[in-house]
Design a protein around this ligand. Structure first.
Ligand code: HEM
Length: 497
């Protein structure tokens, strides 16, 4: 082809780019919203803070700076707005708005046919109905012994070597992982008996989390998941243990699909009890692919979130002796004889432990990333008119650190949940999101936090080891919050009281 052809092509591309830039700045329906010009013009602005600035994971930290400059609503992409006020959060995520998940963001994980991944509200609602018995409070009360048994393993393993520090990051990811796999699948991964709780899957997951934004900006997962396993592992050895878990889940699904009676051999009801035998004529058996997607979502969604909340709560308690003492005092009275199991309903009656868990959830944020939704018809969000087709979001950390709601929002104060007027704070506690896409695992997470924290404070002595709150303070956004410093550690021994 001739040089003039290439030249013509480059000129045409240049003209189109100029027109697009001009349109996005002056004529786009969002043109009047404040924000950096570069963000209005190109998605590369967001890409830079996800992938490059300070090594990546910086968008939420940067959004704090943008809101300080531009106010409560900022245009953070050519077609995207972020809101910082709690009232805007409620407008977006409450029931009945008709807002749907933004497909590009949610498809990156390749778990499209799951409760988490379905975009279509009907498919999503059907799946949630099918899963709900196991996630309901009733289901959890019936199966609380499954959680309790795993927690006994954790406490024994943590107190076994008082002279060697325990890596709290791995210990708490291990317990959350084992509870999820035993509760939903009747299976164990074995992470509680791995030396130092450093099961290879957890070690790999801690590294793989940093690929999160790469999957969004370079959607390679669909190709990667079709490669033969040996090629995928050769490209990234960190995927090896992920693939082993996938195979374990796939093998179990294959057995149950072949023989429904095999379910009777599992000790208790698991997700396939409900997914493979729909209780309602409107529900149909999910495909093998959809069962796989659901299984993977449950394993992933249930481990890092709970593990992180446990780390944040325990570190704050150990950093503030009055909090630690108050928890112990309350538990010592409520649970004098630790040879007798304490029931979930008994933990739930403890006011200080309950307040402590709420504060741990507030300060750990759950999912840190603002969760993008598409506005399907013109609407008002936080007092601002937003046109149909816009992508909108608000991060939970903005609600949790709102100084108008929470006095001294960055200090860890369980007492705030027990003070007069505390009931008004409840609506601003949003670690599990809100509305139709609120976390389905919320009841289970609460049950885990009660039983695990209750056991840790009643049965173990802790001393922080080579860990400071500053180390732990800085967070990065990789969908879930990632603490930038070294993993926190503690010396742990059994309590003698
Ligand atoms: C402290 C613990 C937890 C926190 C803070 C948390 C937070 C969240 C949040 C914010 C969402 C909404 C995500 C979005 O809209 O993109 C979510 C969804 C979800 N979570 Fe959790 N989660 C926790 C524990 C769990 C557990 C234990 C499970 C159990 C397996 C679980 C399973 C799920 C599932 C399946 C979804 C998708 C729900 C849907 O879209 O209908 N989560 N979680």
């Amino acid at each position: 082809m001739s040089l003039s052809y290439y030249l013509g092509f480059i000129i045409a591309l240049g003209v189109c780019t100029v027109v697009l830039v001009f349109y996005r700045i002056y004529f786009h329906p969002l043109h009047a919203y404040p924000g950096p010009r570069l963000a209005a013009v190109s998605y590369l602005y967001h890409f830079y803070f996800d992938m490059i600035s300070k090594g990546g994971g910086e968008i939420v930290n940067h959004l704090e700076e943008l809101h300080a400059i531009y106010g409560p609503v900022v245009r953070i992409g050519p077609n995207e707005l972020h809101f910082s006020e709690a009232r805007a959060y409620m407008d977006m995520y409450r029931m009945g708005t008709g807002l749907t998940k933004e497909p590009w963001f949610y498809r990156m994980q390749c778990m499209e046919q799951s409760s988490f991944g379905f975009i279509n509200p009907h498919d999503h609602k059907t799946r949630r109905e099918m899963l709900s018995p196991l996630f309901s409070r009733r289901g959890i009360l019936q199966l609380q012994h499954v959680i309790r048994d795993e927690v006994v393993h954790l406490v024994t393993a943590m107190g076994r070597t008082p002279e060697a520090p325990v890596d709290l990051h791995f210990a708490f990811r291990a317990i959350a992982l084992e509870i999820v796999t035993s509760y939903f699948f009747g299976k164990h991964i074995g992470s509680l008996s791995s030396p130092g709780f450093r099961h290879q899957l957890l070690v790999d997951l801690q590294d793989i989390i940093f690929s999160f934004w790469a999957l969004k900006w370079f959607p390679i997962m669909p190709i990667f998941s079709r490669l033969p396993d040996c090629v995928a592992v050769a490209l990234n050895p960190k995927f090896r243990s992920n693939l082993l878990v996938r195979d374990m889940l796939a093998e179990q699904i294959a057995i149950f699909l072949k023989d429904n009676d095999a379910l009777k051999q599992v000790d208790h009801e698991i997700i396939y009890t409900y997914l493979l035998s729909p209780q309602n004529e409107k529900h149909t058996r999910p495909s093998r692919r959809s069962l796989m997607d659901e299984a993977q979502v449950i394993v992933q969604a249930g481990s890092d979130t709970v593990g992180n909340t446990l780390c944040v709560g325990l570190l704050h308690a150990l950093d503030s002796p009055h909090i630690h003492n108050a928890l112990r005092a309350e538990l010592d009275v409520a649970w004098p004889n630790t040879d007798e199991p304490m029931l979930l309903q008994q933990y739930e009656e403890l006011p200080y432990l309950t307040a402590f868990i709420k504060e741990s959830l507030r300060m750990s944020h759950g999912v840190l990333s603002p969760l993008p939704r598409i506005v399907n018809q013109d609407m008002v969000i936080g007092g601002h008119a937003v046109p149909a087709g816009t992508v909108v979001s608000s991060g939970s950390s903005f609600v949790h650190y709102d100084g108008d709601t929470f006095e001294n929002p960055k200090s860890f104060k369980p007492e705030r949940w027990m003070s007069e007027g505390a009931s008004q704070l409840e609506s601003s506690l949003v670690p599990f999101g809100r509305g139709p896409r609120q976390c389905i695992g919320m009841n289970l997470a609460w049950a885990e936090l009660y039983i695990i924290f209750g056991n840790l404070f009643r049965r173990l002595d802790f001393e922080l080891y080579d860990t400071s709150m500053e180390d732990f303070g800085k967070i990065k956004d990789y969908f879930v919050p990632v603490h930038a410093g070294r993993n926190p550690q503690a010396l742990v021994k059994p309590r003698t009281v």
